[in-house]
Design a protein around this ligand. Sequence first.
Ligand code: GLC
Ligand code: CA
Length: 526
Amino acid sequence: MKAHLWWQYGSIYQIYPRSFADSNSDGIGDLPGILTRLDYLQDIGVDAIWISPIYPSPMADFGYDVADYTDIHPLFGSMADMQALLQACHARGIRVILDFVPNHTSSEHPWFVDSRASRTSAKRDWYLWRDAKPDGSPPNNWLSVFGGSAWTWDETTRQYYYHAFLKEQPDLNWRHPRVREHMYAAMRFWLEQGVDGFRVDVLWHLIKDEEWRDNPPNPDYLPGQVPYAALIPAYSTDQPEVQGIVQEMRAILDQYDERVLIGEIYLPIHRLVTYYGTAGDGAHLPFNFQLITLPWKAGQIAAAISEYEGALPAGAWPNWVLGNHDQPRIASRVGLPQARNAAILLLTLRGTPTLYYGDELGMRDAVIFPENIQDPQGKNIGVSRDPARTPMQWSAGSNAGFSEAPPWLPLGHDYEHCNVESQTGDRASMLTLYRRLIALRRTEPALSVGSYHPIFTEGEVLAYIREAEGQRWLVALNLSPRPALLPLDAIGSGQIVIANETRRETHRVQDRLILSGDDGVLVRLD
Ligand code: GLC
Ligand code: CA
């Protein structure tokens, strides 16, 4: 048995398929488009791609409203295109992870059409139907993540149905054995096709309180926060019973070779780690979003890394994420100079890194005029995710080399200088930094599978040592624009291999390390 599996030493690259590459000039990215860009993916050195949903869908939530779990939306291509992509990726040693959306279907899924047709439908209980309260109001106070009540009244059958997201995304009843059977069959279908794993959408939402108790008000709620945050989702998410489902999903994957189960879970660390299971029988990688949710402060990040490392159950493998299609881009959250430190952090922490397409260029949130908003979350509660979903910036050419047609979302205004073509071969570019970090990670076991030792510092320097097979690396990142000093007496001397200030590379350091504002370095210790 190999000591580490591909999803432990490798890195994962998220592709938002609508926005990666358009092959047929309709302004929307597709599977054949991804196929034409495999050289690029191989060149930056990622080990796997995760593709956001490509299934048939009315696109109320851009594919997260699935109408058929075992087919491909014609916008994205065909089953044959999917097979061609799988084959071509595998030929290059790139794994393919699909997004799987089990919590809810589209309201146009035949199951829901049937379920809502009458109270006696055989599929009535596949979804969550409840009577109104005597005064006609919804069964409880639960809120939709996308705003308003999570309950929608159905006039035909005179009951409410529950939807954690849009009313076009009714939640499935995961206590129903037939629902489980069908969803597991869909997972097997894709595993048989050769996909290497799943990123499971909102995994912590699958089971809801059987008594449908009201969620308590959030005492820390501040005006200006999203309406959903007004309540603590104590009864609508993260119910103990969900762990049984995670185990069942894992058991399915375990029947195949080296497949990976990733869970999308936004929870505090002590709850998050329960999704690993108790005996290595849960998710391989419950997504760890701390680098997204924490303020960009050295002390807070250092504490969170240690808290996470300390909370991992025996045998659990860590992971880190900087961005995804639901969050502002890292370069817009922390600024471009710090986005370089974020890259170093992501790719030198212990655990599997997940990159979001375009972050390797330092793509920033694009400006989207209110009248052009596509995202339902943006339309409903004013928190649009469109800015982080704009077309991949391949070149300074027309439509940034993404498509021959005007793209479905506007381009980032900086695409003429922030693109793959202009950054390739530029030693100081973000793309070059990512390439070199990924390459180094691949050749240095200390950086991928090595142990992690924090160095406690004062001020805004985040520092740690990674170590394996007698090799030690120091990572020191100055998270502030002011200069800083790190004493090295207790650490040792070494040579700078990667630095944001590239002229420092190959310099030797001993006694102390000087970091100018925003600098970050990777030092091979003697
Ligand atoms: C997940 C997805 C998000 C989607 C939501 C509902 O959070 O990442 O894009 O809107 O689930 O499916
Ligand atoms: Ca297309």
